[in-house]
Design a protein around this ligand. Structure first.
Ligand code: NAP
Ligand code: GLV
Length: 309
């Protein structure tokens, strides 16, 4: 029995070493080194090359090396009839929360404007917004969205969330389902997307949604590029419906050099780094699941095939 790690971002060796240090009895292979495919029981994957999962005849389950699993379902040749697990990790949620807070404060206090003005030696103070006056809406009140919502509420923002099922979070009004989306959007000055990418959420950040936000709302997309209709964002900013956006995720990553985001003043970009699975924090749950599979116990953090997340 062994594990294969399939990811193309140069981090295979890091994860392999960490898994073997945590449990020296594990047999772990990079997908690029010689290995007996028949012996592989688990594929630990992050944006694996399409088709690379189909030749493991004895795979027991697929483990996403991140919180999202959209890239597994997108690979039509992947054996998605097998169980799929994902990362559910406190550190990942804390990192996301810190990132979102940083972006919001940066925006409220116009720090990017002052940086530009500094390069021009321009002294020009602007009015600023206060935390207590800002309403933040979180699309997706799951593991990450709930952490972000709670932390933002703790520092004084008015926070509400939207999800499939209603939540019970202190001081955080919960809106559920399509019927309540509009009411939720109407009171979100800043909208944070933390939904999984599924057939139901693809393209949700579009013209129709932007029009339901208060005028000059600000968008933060930290979920997946596929949630956003890029042209609709450009139009909404150009007609002042949306004041700007902060994006961490894109349809194609890395973002192609000729994409208009790169040079659009009202869009701030980071390179899909809002919260990254931390080796030390995540390895124990990967090993725990491997042992569970060997012992015929239920796996942790299973993805629902019906819901797609
Ligand atoms: P999660 O725990 O599965 O939470 C997903 C939330 O979205 C849940 O509250 C769910 O509602 C809600 N939801 C799903 N489909 C919906 C729909 N059609 N309508 C309304 N609500 C819907 O996921 P998570 O661990 O928080 O992660 C969320 C996403 O963040 C991941 O899928 C990934 O794409 C992204 N992510 C990005 C980064 C980054 O660095 N940028 C890092 C990690 C993760 P219910 O609670 O009612 O089911
Ligand atoms: C990162 O994007 C993740 O899904 O963990």
């Amino acid at each position: 029995m062994s594990i294969v790690i399939i990811r193309q971002d140069g981090k295979v060796a890091l994860w392999k070493k960490a898994l073997q240090e945590y449990d020296p009895s594990l047999e772990v292979y990079s997908y690029l080194e010689p290995h007996d495919k028949e012996k592989i029981k688990v594929a630990l994957v992050w944006k694996h090359p399409e088709g690379s999962l189909k030749d493991y005849p004895n795979l027991a389950y697929i483990a996403s090396n991140g919180a999202g699993v959209d890239f597994i379902f997108e690979d039509v040749s992947a054996p998605t009839h097998l169980p799929i697990t994902r990362v559910v990790d406190e550190q990942l949620a804390i990192d996301m929360s810190e990132y979102v807070l940083a972006i919001i404060l940066h925006n409220l206090k116009k720090l990017d404007v002052y940086k530009v003005n500094q390069t021009r030696k321009t002294w020009q103070p602007f009015p600023y917004k206060r935390i207590a006056d800002v309403r933040v809406g979180i699309l997706g009140l799951g593991v990450l969205g709930s952490q972000v919502a709670k932390d933002l509420e703790n520092v004084g923002f008015k926070v509400q969330g939207w999800s499939n099922t209603r939540k019970d979070l202190k001081n955080i009004p919960s809106y559920a389902g399509k019927e309540e989306l509009s009411a939720f959007l109407n009171i979100s000055d800043i909208l944070v997307c933390l939904l999984p990418l599924t057939k139901d959420t693809k393209g949700i950040l579009n013209k129709q949604l932007f029009e339901q936000l208060p005028k000059n709302a600000f968008i933060i997309n930290v979920a997946r590029g596929g949630h956003l209709v890029d042209q609709d964002l450009r139009d909404a900013i150009n007609n002042d419906q949306i004041s700007g956006a902060s994006l961490d995720v894109y349809h194609d990553e890395p973002l192609p050099k000729d994409h208009f985001f790169w040079t659009f003043d009202e869009i701030m970009m980071t390179p899909h780094y809002a919260s990254v699975s931390d080796v030390k924090s995540v390895v124990p749950q990967i090993v725990e699941n491997y042992k569970r599979m060997q012992a015929n116990l239920p796996l942790l953090h299973l993805v629902s095939k019906n819901r797609g997340y």
